[in-house]
Design a protein around this ligand. Sequence first.
Ligand code: ATP
Length: 334
Amino acid sequence: MKDLLVLGIESTAHTFGCGIVSGEGEVAADERSTYIPSKGGIHPRESAQHHSSVAPGLVKRALSASGLSANDISAVAVALGPGLGPCLRVGATIARALAAAYDKPLIPVNHAVAHIEIAKLTTRFRDPLIVFVSGGNTIISAYSDGRYRVFGETLDLALGNMLDAFAREAGLPHPGGPKVEELAKKGNKFIKLPYVVKGQDVSYSGLLTAALKLLKEGFRLEDVCYSLQEYAFAMLAEVVERALAFTEKREVVLTGGVASNVELQRKLEMVAKEHNAVFGVVPRSLAGDNGVMIAWTGALAYSHGVTIDVAESHVRPRWRLDEVDIPWVSRGTN
Ligand code: ATP
C-alpha cells in the first residue's frame, strides 16, 4: 500500500525493538536493544525491566532516524505473542500508549508470523516451506487455506534454547548458538548421541542431556559441539524433507535467530536441492528478533483491514502460529 508507514514494536523475549517500514517494505528505521543475562537463561522480569528502561529512547531514536514524527505514522503494530508475559506487557503498553496518544490504529501481530513474513519479503519467495528456528521456536510450516499450518515442531526444547542451555553448562557466554557453531568448526570426531524424531516432530531434551554427559566424561568440547550440531540439524533436516515431499513446495526458507548457522543452512539447502526447490535464508541482520518484522507484518495486516481495539489488546503468551488468519496471502499461492 503506497504512503503507508507502520511503526512496529517487538518485546517478546530478550530484545526490545522498534522498526518503521513502508507499505512497500522499505525499512525507515530499525532500533533495538537486547537484554543479556549476567548468568543463567533469560529471567522474564529482568528482561522486562530492561525493555522498560530502553523503550522510550528507542522509539524516539527510530522516529528521528527515519526523519518522521509520530503524527506521520499510519498505524502502530505490536507483537502480542507468543512470548514471555512480563516482556510482552512492556511492548503492548508502549504500543497502546502511542496508538492512543496519536490517535493511530493498533495492529496485533503474531511474532512467529512476523519471522515468516520478513523472510518472505527479503527472499522474495511467495509460497515457501518455512523452517523457523529461534530461541523459543522450532517449527516447520507452510501456508494452506488461509493460515500458516504446522507440519512439524519440537516436542520439548526449541533448537536455539537447546544450544544456549548446552553452552551455558559448558561455561560459554550467552547467546550460546554462535559459540557452539564456532567451536563445532574445530571438531573432527563424530560421537554417538540420541537421534529422536517422532513422526513429524523432533525432541531435543535427550540430546542435550547426552551431550552434557559427554562433557563430564572428558570429551573435547569442540568434538561435542560438532556432534551436537550434526545430530540436531540432521533431525530437523529429516522432518523438513518429509514436509517438502508432502507439500511439494518449490521454495524452502530458513528464518529465526538460528537461521544464521552456516552448517544448518548447508544441510537444508541440500534437502531443498534434492526436491528441486530453491533455498533462501533471511539476512543475518533480520534473523533475530527485531521491530522491522513486526512493522512489516503490521503493514500487511493493516492493508487487509486487521486492527484491534486498545481495550482488547491483551497479550497472548501462548498464541500459536496456526491460530492466526492470514488474509494477505492470496489463495492462488497455495
Ligand atoms: P523467539 O524468536 O522464539 O522469541 P528468541 O527471541 O530467543 O526466540 P531470536 O532472537 O530469533 O530468538 O534468536 C536467538 C537464538 O538464535 C538464540 O538461541 C541464539 O543462540 C541463536 N543463534 C543465533 N546465531 C546462531 C548461530 N550462528 N548458530 C546457532 N544458533 C544461533
